[in-house]
Design a protein around this ligand. Sequence first.
Ligand SMILES: CC(C)(COP(=O)(O)OP(=O)(O)OC[C@H]1O[C@@H](n2cnc3c(N)ncnc32)[C@H](O)[C@@H]1OP(=O)(O)O)[C@@H](O)C(=O)NCCC(=O)NCCS
Length: 168
Amino acid sequence: MHARSWSLRVATPDDAAQVSALLDRSYGTIWVGHYDPDLIATVRPFVTRANPKLLASGTYFVAEAPGGLAVGCGGWTHEAPGTAALEDGVAHIRHFATDPDWLRLGIAAAMLRRCMAEAKASGAVTLFADSALGAEGFYGAFGFEVQGPTAPLINGHALPGVLMRVAL
Ligand SMILES: CC(C)(COP(=O)(O)OP(=O)(O)OC[C@H]1O[C@@H](n2cnc3c(N)ncnc32)[C@H](O)[C@@H]1OP(=O)(O)O)[C@@H](O)C(=O)NCCC(=O)NCCS
């Protein structure tokens, strides 16, 4: 049985292994039922690799349980995922995940609130999230609205998602 307490901190490059393991636990479990199993197996090694640039950004967070286990991760950047494009007043949510054993405890909510507050303080007026299928309800709970389907290519394979947007 887990102690159900956790705290949020800024991620560092030293978190790479922990964050990769967390992304793998999360996507490998929660995406089942939302994605074709063969597609999960194909893209999993690529989408669960912690992004070193995010870990060093100062705007990527880890939720840590007592003992140091990472049970949540996520952040925001001005750079768009994939292209690194910059647009005045625009920010992007990046690589969110909660441990499947730690869902619905407010972990992702705490990270998202922090991202929204920081992005707004930095001058962003619009925040986008490339939501995975199944995560629309989470972003919707914070005022994000569906813009349309997305299908970024992951090592040549289209991974369906939903582009969502909120005004800050
Ligand atoms: C989406 C995700 C990050 C949410 O994490 P979480 O820590 O369980 O979310 P929270 O506990 O902070 O939820 C806050 C609120 O968001 C909403 N919410 C969260 N998950 C939801 C879901 N699956 N469906 C509908 N609403 C949801 C609820 O309103 C919830 O409040 P409540 O529990 O009081 O009802 C998690 O399900 C996850 O890791 N999914 C797999 C990875 C993924 O797809 N990440 C997003 C990539 S863009």
